[in-house]
Design a binder for this molecule. Structure first.
Ligand SMILES: NC(=O)c1ccc[n+]([C@@H]2O[C@H](COP(=O)([O-])OP(=O)(O)OC[C@H]3O[C@@H](n4cnc5c(N)ncnc54)[C@H](OP(=O)(O)O)[C@@H]3O)[C@@H](O)[C@H]2O)c1
Length: 316
């Protein structure tokens, strides 16, 4: 496993994060994992070198945090061994979902997350999806209260562009440690515009605001979510007949290197030379082991570009 420094204490965190969005019942997983199943998942993560968890208040309407809390109550050693990150800022009510970065919502959400996860602090809190009505000073006040009280050690954002981060950074009392964005070998808007700068092709349209370059220049860790998916929760591209060429290249490299296709797909993300983490969302211990192997692989330039091209991209 490889580790990178995270946040103000430069805590070493694994380049693979275990995401817990699918452990609860809901759209993405019909049946919740039991407490022993989640314990097995977490034990396997630790054995594989993974020391960071990602959760959110809205996953399965709080059930993913609650299940993790039951696990921590049963096995307090697991809480101590993981760097625990969760997210808030999406407000879900019957009939409407909207974004809320108000001070009240952030403070209430954190209290709810701490209660559900049966812990007294979060190692990191991310704001989940940008709220157009956000007022930076209010967010700063909320972060200050949470930080001073010891409830939250580090702060970050998710799905935010560089200007949003810059606007917040001007007033926040703590550094922005991370931005979580969608990125996989089959979902690359964050790379495409850079390759197609100053062209007249659609791929040249800047959709991400140069987030990768911005984060690297500002020591902000990029966390790639849905690292094995295409589209917006479109499905897993590994083994999918929608991506025959991509799978052909990935399978060949997997065989050459003696690892699984999962490891190659994640190694592709981690090869981007900036502070980078890939979040995996599997509910299967065996896939955690497969994923962890990615951290020990460094794809060559040629191999990396082969995968980019095999996903259907064109270079100028
Ligand atoms: N910030 C945001 O807006 C945002 C949005 C979405 C997600 N996230 C975070 O990112 C994490 C990961 O997202 P994700 O769950 O979409 O990631 P993912 O790892 O791309 O997808 C996980 C899903 O793919 C399946 N899978 C994995 N490997 C497979 C393979 N080789 N063949 C077939 N199926 C395979 C898993 O099934 P099995 O369980 O059967 O292995 C699981 O259903 C989440 O848990 C969450 O923490 C953040």
């Amino acid at each position: 496993m490889r580790f990178i420094p995270f946040g103000k204490e430069k805590t070493p965190v694994s380049t693979i994060i275990l995401g817990l969005m699918r452990i609860g019942p809901g759209k993405t997983t019909t049946q919740a994992l039991s407490v022993p199943e989640v314990e097995e998942l977490l034990d396997t993560a630790l054995e594989s070198g993974i020391n960071m968890l990602d959760n959110a208040d809205i996953y399965a309407n709080g059930a993913c945090e609650e299940r993790l809390g039951e696990v921590f109550a049963d096995r307090p050693d697991l809480r101590e061994k993981f760097f625990l990150q969760t997210k808030c800022g999406i407000h879900k009510e019957p009939g409407i979902t909207y974004f809320d970065f108000s001070k009240e919502h952030i403070l209430e959400s954190v209290d709810g997350s701490l209660r559900r996860m049966q812990t007294d602090h979060l190692d990191a809190l991310l704001l989940h999806r940008p709220d157009a009505l956000m007022e930076p000073e209010e967010i700063a006040e909320a972060f200050d209260i949470l930080h001073q009280s010891g409830k939250v050690q580090n702060f970050g954002l998710s799905n935010c562009n560089p200007m949003m981060i810059e606007r917040l950074k001007r007033v926040l009392p703590v550094p922005v440690a991370a931005d979580q964005i969608q990125l996989s070998a089959a979902f690359t808007p964050a790379l495409d515009a850079g390759f197609n700068f100053n062209t007249q092709t659609d791929a040249g349209i800047l959709r991400d605001g140069s987030i990768l370059e911005y984060c690297d220049m500002n020591q902000i860790v990029v966390q790639a979510w849905s690292s094995l998916q295409y589209g917006f929760f479109g499905g897993v591209f590994l083994g999918s007949d929608k991506y025959p060429e991509l799978n052909r290249v990935i399978d060949r490299l997997a065989e050459e290197k003696g690892v699984t296709n999962t490891a190659i797909a994640l190694a592709w993300i981690l090869r981007i030379p900036i502070p980078m983490q890939a979040i995996i969302g599997t509910t299967k211990p065996s896939r955690i082991r497969d994923a962890a192997a990615a951290a020990d692989i460094t794809l060559s330039r040629k191999e990396w570009y082969e995968i980019y091209l095999a996903a259907g991209n064109i270079l100028p």
